[in-house]
Design a protein around this ligand. Sequence first.
Ligand SMILES: C[S@@+](CC[C@H](N)C(=O)[O-])C[C@H]1O[C@@H](n2cnc3c(N)ncnc32)[C@H](O)[C@@H]1O
Length: 357
Amino acid sequence: MESVDTAGRRDALVERLFTSTLGAWDLLGVYLGDRLGLYRALADRGPLTSAELAETTGTHERYAREWAEQQATAGILEVDGAGRFLLPAGHDEALLDEGSLNYIAPIAKLVVACTEPLPQLLDAFRSGQGVPYADYGANLHEGQAAFTRPMFEQLLGSEWLPSIPDVHERLQADPPARVADVACGAGHSSQAIARAYPKVHVDGIDSDAASIDEARRHLAGSDVAARVTFHHRDAADPQFAHRYDLVYVHESLHDMSFPVDVLRACRGLLAEGGSVVVGDERVADRFAPPGDDLERFYYGFSLLHCLPVGMVGDGAAGTGAVMRVDTVRRYAEEAGFARFEVLPIENDFYRFYRLGG
Ligand SMILES: C[S@@+](CC[C@H](N)C(=O)[O-])C[C@H]1O[C@@H](n2cnc3c(N)ncnc32)[C@H](O)[C@@H]1O
């Protein structure tokens, strides 16, 4: 006979996974609404019937109706007295406002991206090989860019960098400073730094061709286009040695197959007195399950994306998103940095490190 404990644990897990399924449906429904412009149509022209929604978005009415009903059933949309669908105030910011720190819709693209190379991931589990970043497709780099963009635009140049006084001063001083934004992705961080510091020149560097294309597209015609340049190259490439006052590396060190080589190259990029600042996942100091929500959030991405991309190449480090302070310290030491500091910058998602010497 099973014990009360066993039955209770079983029932709790069954209930929990059932609830998780509802969460999965929420995210996949948000993905469809985002990609198909359904939320945008409701925000701009709502309330709408399913026929009007379909007409406005170039979708088939039967599909638009099922989506809208699913969304209303889940409480993401509402239905007015005439049976038309509407996006309630507040939900529009979370789902559509690309500049808001509350813009959560890109998470859906990231989750979908994580599922795209699943057959490869199953093979990788058995072979020990990695899954290349590019194989996660546009959902990954577009979702990542949209997720970090508001933080770069609102925090990087006005809060994070100003809280490192000597770096902040150097970026404002003459002769104009040079910044390397290593693993810049779609380059919103490079633009944000250039906008916050009107004298600096920023070189954004990334090894993913699609991300650099996206970065160049966003930059074209912008107010900082003359002071930002994007380069499609590996961060370990030593071509730009000794010219940077700041090397910034955001949410990418843990993705790198050879993080020590990259940090060593970053050290080589520094001009006299320059610093490397790394922003990466704010995970716990040690493995102590069960973890909190943030630890679970990062382990999920790690399992499906960050670890596999960091396993590409012979002898890859295989760090994963759950890169703890001790690991960063060890990588910094192995790369030859004499100084390692966890910066006192508060953020829910990221912890910041300064490497120098
Ligand atoms: C999670 S994304 C972060 C992008 C951006 N920094 C952001 O925060 O939105 C990780 C990035 O690291 C880049 N990357 C990984 N290894 C690299 C390397 N060795 N050299 C240059 N870029 C690299 C990937 O191409 C990808 O754009």
